[in-house]
Design a protein around this ligand. Structure first.
Ligand code: FO1
Length: 312
């Protein structure tokens, strides 16, 4: 890829897993070459506040203020407000820190003033000094609903309150049929020289973005330039319950299993070295396969994978 082309990359992703690669891309590409399209299926209203976990995780990570141990929230956070809320009898299973709360209050206030989720994401991004464009997948609510052995519940209740213990029978993106892509989402996919699908949960991080009408079709039209990084390595998820959810919904918990979900819109599927034996079977799905070290623990590893993706 020529240096000029390198300057326009669109990346799709969810929260913690995606942020590692996004940080590498942000570092390697330079500040203004990256447009990130973020899952908002995880969004939830708690204590009257609109919480957008994946938007915040991505923004805090690129701003350098994320809690490095958890991968979400703000580093050196305090939880005084949450303790007071619990004293009033309010639910405290979702750990909202004091500084993080300011983000949710600001976003909620903007929405109440008639602004959109995109406007709020833009305000938070620019205030925190992040130069990449961060777009929600949609300004319309598309909450991810889990059909489980304990009944129907919001994804955050399944993940955080119930620690991903219920058996998952189905996943629904409520309202997706009538949601519109947020301004700039389809254009970013069309105009990018490369589109990167980050190593996020294929079912509940990438799935909701694909469910927004027009997104999957636009990716299909750019298939040759879509590079997906597999979030399953050696039969396990790098982060979160992807492996468990894939198994419970009858998918193979392998790189090949994820490749089958992505084959329709992905030109190049990137797998880890440990999964190299699956390369032939994945190629047979009609995708190029690249084998790279995809486990990113250090900033150097994040930058290295980002650079390798841009150089392919
Ligand atoms: N994840 C947890 O496991 N426990 C929490 O209490 C929690 C609080 C939280 C607060 C703000 C935020 O932006 C994210 C938060 N997360 C928490 C992470 C979040 O639930 C998920 O990791 C993402 O939604 C999945 O990408």
């Amino acid at each position: 890829m020529s240096p000029a082309n390198k300057r326009k990359i669109a990346a799709l992703g969810g929260g913690v897993g995606a942020s590692k690669l996004l940080l590498g891309l942000y570092d390697v590409l330079g500040p203004d070459a990256l447009t990130i399209i973020v899952n908002t299926g995880d969004d939830i209203v708690l204590h009257g506040l609109k919480i957008s976990p994946d938007l915040d995780i991505v923004t805090y990570t690129l701003a350098g203020i994320v809690d490095p141990a958890k991968g979400w929230g703000i580093r050196n956070e305090t939880f005084h407000a949450l303790k007071r809320l619990a004293a009033y009898g309010r639910a405290n299973w979702f750990n909202l820190g004091d500084c993080d709360l300011a983000t949710h209050i600001h976003r909620t206030a903007l929405l109440e003033e008639g602004k959109t989720l995109s406007d709020a994401a833009e305000s938070i991004r620019s205030t925190l000094g992040v130069k990449a464009r961060i777009l929600p997948m949609s300004d319309d609510p598309v909450p991810t609903v889990i059909e489980s052995s304990e009944g129907r519940m919001h994804f955050q209740k399944y993940l955080v309150k119930r620690r991903a213990e219920p058996i998952v029978n189905g996943i629904r993106f409520a309202g997706a049929e009538s949601a519109r892509p947020a301004p700039g989402v389809l254009e970013a996919i069309s105009e990018a020289s490369r589109i990167v699908i980050c190593p996020s949960n294929p079912l509940i991080s990438i799935g909701p973005i694909l469910a927004v009408p027009g997104v999957r079709e636009r990716l299909c039209s750019r298939k040759a330039d879509v590079f997906a990084v597999c979030p399953i390595v050696g039969g396990k998820s790098l982060k979160g319950p992807s492996d468990k959810m894939l198994a419970q919904l009858g998918h193979e918990v392998t790189a090949l299993g994820v490749a089958k979900l992505y084959a329709g819109f992905t030109g190049t599927f990137v797998i880890d070295l440990v999964d190299r034996a699956q390369a032939t079977a994945i190629s047979a799905l009609g995708m190029k396969v690249e084998i790279l070290p995809t486990v990113m623990k250090t900033l150097a590893q994040k930058r290295k994978l980002a650079r390798s993706l841009l150089d392919l």
